[in-house]
Design a protein. Structure first.
Ligand code: DX5
Length: 235
């Protein structure tokens, strides 16, 4: 049962990861995703240390900021995100997602992000329990429950994370706070209903959008419809 929240009933928010996009024409790819109807954009920032992959820095994000008016979220898969946070806010990111596992002082980091004028969010790797959120729920606007181990796109969805999604959704409901729950990794037509039914309303997809033979617009609409149907079935 997808419990209601402060913004009940849940409505699906479809967010592309630009990881699979053609980086040689990233600006045009952002425009194409905007025109396909995405709600927000997620930039997977990887430092080659916290995760084995290395992607892009703030300048790349800044270079496409003016190609859409939709919110940007930086998924900081980096060591010591405190030291980099201001750069991603200056690049035009509205939300910064830090990994609980990468923060020595998560409570302070979230407050720092808010002081920078951005929306703070926490990501949990598959092995990190929901209880890591207990003492910071009052500081954040979104929780990202990773449904793959971070570092690469195109990985298989870890369905056992649905129990954690439901646990986080129950924590949020009990808190009475309007906190969104995001999932990222292996989200596509065959997995989005399970994540949505468990309580996720921010749905990140990369490969599934680019894999759709009918194009980005169809892929976005299809994911949104499937998630909405899952919410309706659970209300
Ligand atoms: C993992 C990445 C991926 C990416 C989307 O570190 O964060 O989850 O955003 O991956 P797919 O292609 O599985 O949607």
């Amino acid at each position: 049962m997808t419990p209601s929240t402060a913004n009940s009933p849940l409505t699906p928010v479809i967010i592309p990861s630009v990881l699979p996009a053609d980086f040689s024409r990233l600006g045009d790819e952002v425009v194409a995703l905007h025109e396909a109807g995405v709600d927000r954009f997620q930039f997977d920032v990887m430092d080659g240390r916290f995760v084995p992959n290395l992607t892009f820095g703030p300048d790349v994000i800044a270079s496409v900021r003016d190609r859409t008016d939709r919110p940007f979220e930086a998924h900081l898969m980096v060591e010591k995100p405190d030291e980099l946070a201001h750069l991603y806010v200056e690049a035009g990111c509205d939300m910064l997602i830090v990994h609980a596992e990468a923060c020595d002082h998560l409570h302070r980091t979230l407050g720092h992000i808010r002081e920078l004028g951005a929306v703070p969010a926490v990501a949990l790797n598959p092995s990190t329990p929901a209880s890591a959120l207990t003492h910071v729920l009052d500081l954040l606007d979104m929780v990202l429950v990773m449904t793959v181990n971070p570092g690469f796109g195109g990985q298989p969805y870890i369905a056992t994370m649905e129990a954690k999604i439901a646990e986080v959704r129950a924590m949020v409901t009990t808190s009475g706070r309007d906190i969104d729950i995001e999932v990222d990794g292996g989200i596509g037509p065959n997995t989005i209903a399970g994540a949505a039914s468990a309580g996720a309303n921010f749905l990140v997809a990369g490969s599934a959008l680019y894999r759709d033979p009918e194009g980005l617009g169809h892929a976005v609409d299809d994911l949104r419809t499937r998630a909405a149907q899952a919410f309706a079935a659970n209300d």
